[in-house]
Ligand binder design. Sequence first.
Ligand code: PMP
Length: 409
Amino acid sequence: LAVWSQVPQAPEDAIFKLTYAYKADQYDRKVNLGVGAYRDDDGKPWVLPSVKQAQTALIADESVDHEYLSITGLAEFTSSAAKLILGGDSAAIAEKRVASVQTISGTGANHLGAVFLSRFYGFEKFGVERQIYISNPTWANHKAIFNSVGIKPVDYPYYDPKTIALDFEGFTNTLRSAKNQSIFLLHACAHNPTGVDPTPEQWQQIADIFVEKGHFAFFDCAYQGFASGDLDRDAGAVRHFVARKSIPLLICQSFAKNAGLYGERVGALHVVSATPEQSAAVLSQLAVIQRSEISNPPAFGARVVKMILTEPKLYAQWQADVKKMAGRIIDMRQRLFDLLTKQLKTPGNWDHILKQIGMFTFLGLDTDQCKRLLEEGHIYLTANSRISMAGLTTKNVEYVAGWIDKVVR
Ligand code: PMP
């Protein structure tokens, strides 16, 4: 029975470890700003009204059974999900150049995309290393996902701690100096963990370099709607790249955050090709990979999202739901900013709290300050000073602001 004696203990996942520590904490004013999941103003998970209506209808529908979906998933879900990200008037969809597969949420889309690239991207042909450029910093799982399929993650400059903003020059310099036809991972909107996105003008300049260099864009879109509250606006960067036609790309799409379907694992991978023939071949290979990994994706969440995306009344409700979530987060940014700058007169510049986009704010505190917030303030956040704005409420924002003020003085 010593077969596993050589297996070393792996470290715990940093984010989930934080949640366990928060749950075990007995202090009554504790605050969890660690995990990126939306909470309402009472700090509770929120089932979106649009989702509730769709699931109630589904449960009541006696024709719904529990048969397997097809290997590539629920066709009406994947086609409507493609329209959501690419736009209802997308030329790429009309020209049948988009291969879409239902995945195990955004993580599964990233993984399937990574396996596909590892098998079919022309690394040798193009004379590029088996690597992908990822922003520094990025969602921690990106590194693990690409490492696990033998594609080496390499950092590109993205966030400048001095300005607490985008290092546009560093980023574009790396785009220019990388070998032609390199792969770059881009966060479509609401960058995790920094909350720092390029402006629409900067996206255009980035796209120009992709065209010039023949780079491949690996878009990860986990927060459509969360950045601005507007689903179309948050798809702007992706749609701009697709409209350029000559940029090879794929998009990983998650409905965890914007539909609050975290545990249902609803997502999709969309690969855009140059011709319908290539697209059909791509889809066939994605299906081969999917078959060996999960056979078929789960049905329930995909049915819920399909209903929301295809029934106009539910879609309108969902748009309002997304707006409400984004609006509460934007409101929390303003409150935290006002408390620090007007009420507490906390030293330093806090403009980045308002400027950053989406679920997260990078406060710009050092590790010791973060440690004090956690150990003395019972405020749970990651050591890089990322806080989930969704963890703030009208009831705890003053408490949190007070502690930030205390640790920076
Ligand atoms: N990409 C990014 C950048 C994310 O932040 C997340 C969620 N934390 C995901 C992908 C995937 O999440 P999920 O698998 O829950 O859709």
